[in-house]
Design a protein around this ligand. Structure first.
Ligand SMILES: Cc1ncc(COP(=O)(O)O)c(C=O)c1O
Length: 377
């Protein structure tokens, strides 16, 4: 359906900071909350509204907000829903900047966090108590691709009246719908698979009206809103999310299976490989295995770097979820702020490489990896 009198097929870009009124009376009514429509793009804008509506359908939630980045989604959720003295329990395998918020910012406001390793059931049971306000996890985890038992953890959260919040960035709603497992809030870094071409930053928080409304109020006042341009672009990308994810996952599975038989590779981690320790759980929670394959080169740091530098198709960058394959060396980049002990606990070594599998011809990629592996020996 077209948005304007021009009968356009593709949604136009509403690049406007504010919206006009027919009269002073209408402006008064709108500000009093009596009228329908947009007032100012920090609050709402047709492009952000369209993106949010699409994700409410995809994640099957009542409401949502769009934010300037994935980190803004996480920060606004935590700042809105947690109060001084509250306790949060989080997975120890979280994106580094999320750990920074939990370790460095929230304690300044008297909000303390207990960390639990992804698969430590006793640890989760001990950490989550009736004082716990929120539980925050990512699944699959980055870069180890461990699978958190979301239905089991959701049950534990609800026995303790804690809000269960899942960062669904690695899976996207195409592969995993956290609300199917009784999750309260779903967070996305739209920068990754949702954009899919590494162009813009964006974030989303999705959930019930009751939880989203205060986050919306926080955002409209503090300003970490998504720009109309980025919303327009992400909304367009959403139209191809399903076919892209299908192809990323098909390529990733094929690559993971092939890598398992290659000389020079010590370990391949991919949720849909039978060798993955939570393979059955992954198949229960996810439709396909995702676009990330994590490998360990059978060499030291120098050999691993020789392999990375010899690749000609993948880009060396810290992003993921792009149509072009990306390799990342977590221990010296995305996870370099972790101590050696923390890295080892997170199953990250000098030999670990995260591959975000793109949409290239998989045989070209295999050929490139094969020649680069010879350099690592
Ligand atoms: C799982 C996860 N959550 C959140 C973020 C933060 O997203 P953004 O870079 O869009 O702020 C990232 C990565 O950057 C991520 O990998």
């Amino acid at each position: 359906m077209s948005n304007t009198a021009y009968r356009e097929h593709s949604t136009p870009l509403f690049l406007t900071s504010s919206f006009i009124y027919e009269s002073a009376e209408q402006a008064e009514q709108m500000f009093a909350g009596a009228g329908e429509g947009d007032i100012y793009s920090r609050f709402t804008n047709p492009n952000t509204t369209e993106l949010i509506q699409k994700f409410c359908v995809l994640e099957e939630t009542e409401n949502g907000v769009a934010t300037s980045s994935g980190m803004a989604a996480i920060f606004s959720t935590l700042s809105t829903l947690l109060n001084q003295g509250d306790h949060i329990v989080a997975c120890s395998s979280l994106f580094g900047n999320t750990l920074y918020i939990l370790n460095q910012i929230l304690p300044k406001w008297g909000i303390n966090c207990t960390f639990v390793a992804p698969l430590d059931r006793d640890g989760w049971q001990q950490a989550i108590t009736s004082n716990t306000k929120m539980v925050l996890v990512e699944s699959p985890t980055n870069p180890s691709l461990e699978i958190i038992d979301l239905p089991w953890l959701a049950d534990l959260c609800h026995q303790n009246n804690a809000i269960f919040c899942v960062d669904n960035c690695f899976a996207t709603p195409i592969l995993q719908k956290p609300v199917d497992f009784d999750t309260d809030l779903v967070i996305h870094s739209a920068t990754k698979w949702i954009d899919g071409q590494g162009r813009v930053l964006g974030g989303l928080v999705l959930g019930s009206d009751e939880l989203i409304q205060p986050i919306f109020d926080f955002l409209r006042r503090t300003g970490a809103c998504l720009s109309p341009f980025n919303a327009w672009l992400l909304s367009k990308s959403t139209e191809t999310l399903q076919v892209r994810m299908h192809q990323h996952c098909t390529n990733a599975l094929q690559l993971a299976q092939w890598l398992e038989s290659q000389e020079g590779i010590k370990r391949v981690r991919y949720p849909f490989l039978p060798s993955h320790p939570q393979h059955d759980l992954a198949r229960q929670l996810m439709k396909m295995g995702g676009g990330i394959v994590t490998i360990d080169i059978d060499s030291d740091k120098e050999g691993t770097f020789r392999f990375i530098n010899a690749l000609t198709i993948p880009s060396i960058t810290a992003n993921l979820g792009d149509s072009r394959t990306i390799v990342t060396h977590p221990s010296t980049t995305t996870h370099s702020k972790l101590s050696p002990e923390e890295q080892e606990e997170g199953d990250i070594f000098d030999s670990t490489i995260r591959i975000s599998v793109g949409l290239e011809n998989i045989e070209d990629l295999q050929e490139d990896i094969e020649q680069a592996l010879k350099r690592s020996l």
